[in-house]
Design a protein around this ligand. Structure first.
Ligand SMILES: C=CC1=C(C)c2cc3[nH]c(cc4nc(cc5[nH]c(cc1n2)c(C)c5CCC(=O)O)C(CCC(=O)O)=C4C)c(C)c3C=C
Ligand SMILES: [Fe+2]
Ligand SMILES: [Fe+2]
Length: 342
């Protein structure tokens, strides 16, 4: 029988917190045309001519605040997930990162060395975005065609609307919710608004009245829609009323308009509206990383408290929670079964 394997893909982190390593990482990341979708010359002018002059030093300082003895939290957590999943399944499990190392090519190559010919590749993002799921699949296909043409890959699809994932996320939030809170903030990673129009074939998403309200399958490519949909499903499971819930989008970069509302603006304005005690969860991320541990737990908390907030509770990502590992296993098994129909 053809040997199968699983490849878990996450975003990736710099090799170390040295400014040169952060610069190399940001160069690869931001020169990806699915992330900064300008014509090459304009992307190079912006990234190499402007962003890489100052951002690496600033980001390196931020990375230092979250870095662990074993390395970047994102990579350390992804390795733990790999180990736990490996204990549950009897086929090889490897990891790969879209940027920096271990690369997607290394991940595929490690599986191929173990005799694997059919790979289930799992981009570890609940929601579809051009800058995440799409770039992972494109990169993996490029590598497969060039270096491993006799290998087949099945891709795990975005899972933001799968019941068993929503159950798992809702339970992990329920366990960490403080007894008293004025609001639960769902802060998702943002994307430039333009990306939504590029990837939503229906072009129906009106930002002021996001297509998430329609729950129509043809809107599945609207990232903002998917984030609101996740929130709606989770709060239904938690039995929370909508007036206790806020959605916002974090981590914007550059001068373009990103999807709104922005998390930093939200954290600075809600204390003035009487919302003083909050819990914050970041469901666009399945592993804690710079954007959750530093931008939200440290910077975001400071913004909220400076604006008059009193109590800030960060709810961790799913990380290596056993229930999440089960979700991963189920999603991978669905794709493994698909090989039998080929
Ligand atoms: C969760 C999904 C993510 C989306 C969507 C996303 C889009 C996106 N990101 C940038 C720019 C940066 N993101 C950075 C870090 C970062 N981003 C994600 C995830 C998504 N990004 C993660 C998990 C991380 C953390 C990586 C880690 O090592 O912990 C960074 C680097 C850090 C910094 O300098 O701030 C940048 C830059 C853009 C432009 C974008 C969509 C177009
Ligand atoms: Fe939408
Ligand atoms: Fe990002």
């Amino acid at each position: 029988m053809t040997k199968k394997g699983i490849l878990l893909i996450n975003l990736g982190s710099p090799r170390s917190t040295a400014v040169k390593d952060v610069k190399e990482y940001l160069d690869e990341f931001l020169m990806d045309e699915k992330v900064i979708d300008y014509r090459w010359i304009f992307r190079a002018l912006l990234v190499q001519g402007i962003i890489l002059k100052t951002r690496p030093a600033k980001s390196a300082e931020a990375y230092k605040t979250v870095w662990t003895e074993e390395g970047s939290p994102l990579i350390v957590i992804t390795k733990k997930v790999q180990q736990k999943l490996q204990n549950l399944v009897d086929i090889p499990v490897e990891i790969g990162m879209r940027y920096a190392e271990p690369s997607i090519e290394m991940g595929i190559s490690n599986l191929v060395e173990k005799g694997v010919k059919q790979i289930v590749l799992f981009p570890l993002y609940p929601h579809y975005a051009m800058s995440t799921t799409e770039t992972v699949i494109e990169k993996a296909e490029e590598i497969r065609k060039q270096k491993f043409p006799d290998v087949r890959i099945n891709y795990v699809q975005p899972f933001y609307n799968r019941d068993f994932y929503i159950d798992c996320l809702a339970e992990s939030i329920r366990e960490k919710l403080p007894e008293n809170f004025d609001a639960l903030l769902f802060s998702y990673h943002g994307v430039p608004e333009r990306h939504i129009y590029k990837t939503d074939p229906t072009k129906t998403c009106n930002m002021n009245d996001c297509c998430y309200k329609d729950h129509h399958p043809s809107h599945a490519f609207c990232y903002r829609h998917q984030c609101f949909s996740t929130t709606e499903q989770v709060i239904r499971k938690l039995g929370l009323s909508k007036d206790k819930v806020i959605v916002s989008f974090q981590s914007r970069l550059g001068k373009d308009k990103w999807i709104e509302p922005y998390t930093d603006h939200t954290l600075e304005t809600i204390p003035g509206k009487g919302i003083k005690k909050i819990a914050v969860v970041c469901p666009a991320f399945v592993s804690d990383c710079l954007e959750t541990l530093e931008e939200i737990s440290v910077e975001g908390q400071a913004q909220f408290l400076d604006a008059g907030g009193k109590d800030f509770n960060y709810i961790p990502c799913l990380n290596d929670d056993d229930r999440w590992i089960e979700v991963i296993r189920t999603l991978c098994e669905e794709q493994l079964e698909q090989f039998y129909f080929l």
